[in-house]
Design a binder for this molecule. Sequence first.
Ligand SMILES: O=c1[nH]c(=O)n([C@H]2C[C@H](O)[C@@H](COP(=O)(O)O)O2)cc1CO
Length: 140
Amino acid sequence: MDVFFSGSIRGGRSDVDRYAALIEILEGHGDVLTEHVGVEAVEAKEQADGLTDGDIHDQDLAWLRQADVVVAEVTTPSLGVGYEIGRAVELDTPVCCLYRPDGDHELSAMIRGNDAVTVEEYREVAAVESVLASFLETHG
Ligand SMILES: O=c1[nH]c(=O)n([C@H]2C[C@H](O)[C@@H](COP(=O)(O)O)O2)cc1CO
């Protein structure tokens, strides 16, 4: 099963360690196409690889089209994450959004109010392991 993991990059990197932990859990269930989202120095690496914003966009859209499911960590608001969720919904790809209510930002109504998106609130990464297992079993 191919999993597209979505998490903030230019929207802010304060949750990068959580992204890495979530990606590790997801790798127990399938191939994570976007492991780079959990890498601290992702933008420096992309720059060193000579990737333009156009390359990044086109590669991510190709992975999004390939993915069987999308898992997005949405606590740190990000234009890119919101865009990827919207595109996934249009592709009829199942989307699970993970949100920590103890963060600084209220979740957008465009995510929480979207019946096509599953929203799971959590506090600790360990608490979502079973949620992710059942989401991937149902939709993978
Ligand atoms: O360098 C990048 N590499 C990359 O893969 N993305 C994708 C994957 C993330 O799920 C999402 C993050 O968007 P943003 O940078 O607007 O927070 O966009 C985004 C950027 C920078 O916008």
